[in-house]
Write a protein that binds this ligand. Structure first.
Ligand code: GTQ
Length: 355
């Protein structure tokens, strides 16, 4: 057997080295010097690859899933987006989950709760709803909806056509930490609580907050940030030329009680890139999931290439890539983005570079 290159790092002759490693393996230990540079790298080397899940193809497969399994049988009828660089793991980036969910008219995805936090980004359909701890909200295209960890949630469809959305969850993190718990509700839908998501929105939005805060937990009390409102704000900011060179015209979904991210583990934002505009390069540690909402944006990853994003396409920018966005000359582009940036920030691991 020829020597592996890493063996040269040790001063042992080959046979001694092999025999020594075997003696170590028998004791469940291993020499660090074989792997030091991989274990403690100069910079991150994510395994995820840049990848586009084209809505044109995904939509057909998602509709097809409706005849393969019912929402009742599936509990959640979801196609998980598996990044081709991750060898079959159900992760879109190295550390974030993404899935496409379908609910047909009259179906109910029965109530359950889990310690993973979820977001929904609504892609298509009319009449969809989701309930969070008994409070129901309509699902409209472009809405950003939060299901906080350990809250009961069920989804349904009172409309006449399919309703589809993107799920974003912190599944890989919770799996890594072995902190996953799940429970089924004892009925398919929750007992409705009084209150509307509109009322929750009014109570907490626009920097007008209750004198006494009764909201517990680390997730925003607002659980539906409607697209109409987000779009209006982006439009106004664009008119004031309030634009960040790397992020374009942008809003991040905030917890109004803290000013921090709406979710403890996931950062979500919406960006508008004015027609003909190209942002400056941006690089940050976390992988990012992008969704095309309007216009014809493209993402260029330095040294890799350019990726066009159409409506409802899902695109992954791997962590530590140098990337920039562009909108073609015909229309402004709008992109939804989410990542697990809050986790990096809380642990002192967040890093970014501009330009
Ligand atoms: O809707 O509750 O994509 O529990 C994965 C796990 C969605 C959900 C997913 C889930 C859900």
């Amino acid at each position: 057997m020829s020597a592996r290159p890493e063996d040269k790092l040790s001063s042992y002759p080959d046979d001694t080295s092999r025999a020594y490693r075997e003696r170590l393996a028998a004791l469940n230990v291993a020499p660090l010097w074989d792997v030091l540079k991989g274990l403690v790298p100069n910079e991150p080397r994510p395994k995820a690859m840049p990848h586009t899940w084209r809505w044109e193809a995904m939509r057909d497969r998602l509709i097809e899933s409706g005849s393969v399994v019912s929402a009742e049988e599936a509990e959640r009828r979801v196609l998980m987006l598996e990044n081709p660089g991750l060898g079959g793991l159900p992760n879109a980036t190295d550390t974030i989950y993404a899935g496409l969910q379908l609910i047909l008219p009259g179906e109910i995805a029965r109530a359950h709760r889990h310690t993973q936090s979820a977001l929904r980004f609504v892609l298509e359909g009319v009449g969809g709803y989701t309930s969070v701890d008994g409070v129901r909200t309509e699902m409209v295209r472009g809405d950003f909806i939060v299901t906080p960890a350990w809250t009961w949630h069920d989804h349904g469809n009172d409309g006449n056509g399919p309703v589809m959305w993107l799920d974003g969850l912190d599944v890989p993190l919770v799996t890594f930490l072995r902190a996953g718990f799940r429970e089924e509700y004892d009925a398919s839908t929750q007992f409705p609580r009084s209150g509307e998501s509109d009322q929750v929105y009014t109570r907490y939005a626009d920097a007008l907050l209750p004198l006494e805060n009764k909201h517990a937990g680390t997730t925003s009390p607002i659980f539906n940030y409607p697209y109409a409102r987000t779009r209006e704000v982006l439009d106004r900011l664009a008119r004031y030329s309030d634009i960040d060179p790397c992020h374009g015209v942008n809003v991040r979904y905030a917890n109004p009680l803290t000013g921090g991210w709406a979710m403890p583990t996931i950062a979500a934002s919406m960006r508008l890139i004015p027609r003909g505009y190209t942002t400056e390069y941006f690089q940050s540690v976390e992988g990012t999931v992008l969704v095309g909402v309007e216009g014809s944006p493209s993402v260029e990853i330095d040294g890799v290439g350019r990726f066009d994003i159409s409506d409802n396409d899902v695109f992954v920018v791997p962590g530590w890539s140098r990337w920039r966005m562009r909108a073609d000359a015909s229309s402004d582009a709008v992109l939804f983005a989410y990542s697990d940036r809050p986790v990096y920030e809380k642990l002192g691991l967040y890093r970014e570079k501009r330009g």
